[in-house]
Design a protein. Structure first.
Length: 469
């Protein structure tokens, strides 16, 4: 649809303010800056936003507004692009990226926040006047006004039977089609898929975990929050993580319930009567390594723990939470560098991260099927290394923050096929799991919409001791 003929009146009205200095509110400017850095420069929202908020003079209420506006816009931008494309007078790819981000930001206020429509448009145009100039701000104003005259756009799409189911869900729930298809392949039920898509678009309160010997769950609760069911040491926070002294002093961690459960289950394979050696093969950024290390220090002074992280930046993050002498930076695929075998090995493998989309708002737009192809090869190579480094009778844990079948069940079947002396350990015999988390083969698959966690997958393998059999 070409709305250029409808824009003249809106442009004329905006033109009356051309000689007035722009006065955008600081919260919206901060949100726009975040969108630009994430979408145009590859920044990570969960890292950049705390920095921007920390250096701002915003009140607590305005910080919350900026967080919802920026994170919500990033999550839902696929949905908003549909409305924008219906009303622009040129191909979408010809729009300036900053204008796209301004339009998306305006759409989020119009469709998903309690901001009055006129205020959503006016306030967004004020930001546009500051960051792209008067002429382009007039264009933003005209487009947003056209969109506000079509507020039932998504209801019409939902009722349109000429649009296929998958692309319709992709627009309405703002997920790439290939991700939605991967969810259906695993869940086998469209109603469950829709529940998951909707849940991915809801902001999640941070989960915190006490590190044994350094803090307790009770100490975390003194600052605020609620106990995390099925986690022995975790809470759902009721305020920002840095409000907790234990987090500021690095005596506790910010870690999703799914990851906490992976650490607890793996640790429950511990046999304190043996002087066991432990290896975290892909340790960065260090959350699981910190919990495992502190638990071993608390329970078993004879056990050894090594955290391996080849990336220099991520290794530095690990060094903030465990002693540097316990950290190595080998290529996890090259077993010759380790010079030893281990009783317990954790492979928290690099993956698509499709199970953590609610906490990483831009992640759904950055991963592609070609990324999956490369990651599957890397995961297989890491499992082979873990197998080679594992002692007979040892336990290997393989986990991903993804429910994609290629990264979960397929990797398990492949490992069992190629390594005949590996056998699966039934996780339910090790640790109690939430309802719906246990797979028929004894592996674990968490689901965000069922368990209020990232969709973590975990398989435990035991290497048979053939000399004893």
């Amino acid at each position: 649809m070409n709305d250029s003929s409808k824009f003249s009146k809106a442009r004329s009205s905006a033109g009356k303010d051309n000689f007035r200095k722009p006065k955008p509110d600081a919260a919206r400017v901060l949100a726009f800056d975040l969108l630009t850095e994430v979408n145009q420069n590859g920044a990570y929202a969960n890292i950049l936003l705390p920095q921007l908020l920390g250096s701002s003079d915003l009140e607590l209420r305005d910080k919350a507004f900026a967080t919802e506006l920026s994170y919500g816009t990033l999550r839902m931008q696929g949905k908003y692009d549909y409305a924008i494309k219906l009303h622009i007078d040129r191909p979408f790819t010809e729009l300036e990226p900053r204008i796209i981000d301004l339009l998306r930001m305006g759409c989020h206020q119009i469709f998903h926040m309690r901001t009055p429509v006129h205020a959503a448009v006016g306030a967004t145009v004020e930001v546009a006047r500051k960051v792209v100039g008067e002429s382009k701000a007039s264009y933003v104003n005209a487009l947003l006004r056209a969109i506000t005259r079509d507020l039932d756009v998504y209801e019409k799409l939902e009722a349109d039977e000429s649009v296929d189911h998958l692309p319709k869900l992709s627009i309405l729930y703002s997920h790439p089609e290939w991700i939605i298809q991967s969810y259906f392949d695993a869940l086998k039920n469209w109603e469950s898929v829709i529940e998951l898509l909707a849940f991915n678009n809801i902001a999640a309160a941070p989960h915190l975990v006490a590190w044994r010997g350094k803090s307790t769950r009770e100490e975390l609760l003194q600052t605020g929050g609620e106990v995390l069911e099925y986690s022995r040491y975790g809470i759902v926070s009721s305020t920002q993580p840095n409000d907790y002294p234990e987090i500021r002093n690095r005596n506790a961690g910010v870690q999703d319930f799914g990851s906490q459960l992976v650490s607890e289950i793996f640790y429950d394979t511990h046999n304190p009567q043996d002087a066991q050696s432990w290896l975290d093969l892909c340790a960065g950024p260090g959350g699981k390594a910190a919990w495992l290390f502190n638990s071993l220090v608390t329970d078993d002074t004879l056990a050894t723990f090594q955290a391996n992280e080849p990336s220099e930046h991520r290794a530095e993050l690990v060094a903030r939470v465990i002693p540097r002498q316990n950290i190595s930076s080998f290529d996890g695929r090259d077993t010759s560098e380790f010079g030893a075998q281990y009783d317990r090995i954790l492979i928290d493998a690099p993956c698509t991260g499709l199970g953590a989309l609610r906490r990483r708002p831009e992640a759904r737009w950055r991963k592609t099927p070609s990324d999956l192809k490369n990651l599957v090869v890397l995961q297989r190579e890491l499992i082979d290394s873990g197998y080679a480094l594992l002692k007979p009778s040892g336990v290997l844990a393989y986990s991903t923050c993804s429910p994609h079948l290629a990264e979960t069940f397929a990797q398990v079947l492949d490992a069992l096929h190629r390594h005949k002396d590996l056998e699966l350990v039934d996780i339910s015999q090790i640790h109690e799991l939430p309802a719906g988390a246990l797979n028929k083969n004894g592996t674990m698959q968490m689901w965000s919409h069922l368990h209020n966690s990232d969709a973590m997958f975990l398989a435990l393998f035991r290497k048979k001791n053939l000399s004893l059999e």
